[in-house]
Design a protein. Structure first.
Length: 141
């Protein structure tokens, strides 16, 4: 019979930090990922206008929020407290289901180009795929 092990939140946080460090993931990488990815989004002929219509000249706050979001996912930082579905739902006149495959392809290419390790790329891509699937299932049901 296996023994039940109860771990503290700080022990779990330490495990997450060690795993991230082993993959080469830290706040600097997350910042680079967000900045590089969204520069590509802005330059993309399909996604650029969609994001521009939604974000306008508020890119700095959006990038900050996205850094908090990914830091919370990868590092368990707890810095993101947003509600992404309602934020996207109010732009359904611009967002189409097919945009998610373009978004994901750009994200995957960005990870391929700058991720510090294959493990880091796989970690972020797996989560991005789940996020995209979740958004589509909620926004376009």
């Amino acid at each position: 019979m296996s023994e039940i092990v109860i771990r503290t939140a700080s022990a779990r946080q330490g495990d997450i930090a060690r795993r991230a460090e082993a993959m080469g993931v830290d706040d600097v990488f997350i910042s680079d990922l967000v900045e590089t990815f969204y520069a590509r989004v802005q330059a993309n002929e399909t996604l650029g206008p969609v994001f521009e219509a939604a974000i306008g000249d508020e890119w700095t706050p959006h990038l900050h929020t996205m850094k908090q979001f990914w830091s919370s996912i990868a590092l368990n930082a707890g810095t993101y407290g947003g509600r992404p579905i309602p934020a996207h739902h109010k732009h359904l006149d611009k967002i189409k289901s097919e945009h998610f495959s373009i978004w994901l392809a750009l994200f995957a290419q960005t990870l391929h180009d700058i991720a510090p390790s294959p493990e880091a790329a796989a970690f972020f891509l797996e989560r991005a795929e789940r996020i995209g699937e979740n958004f589509q299932s909620i926004l376009f049901k």
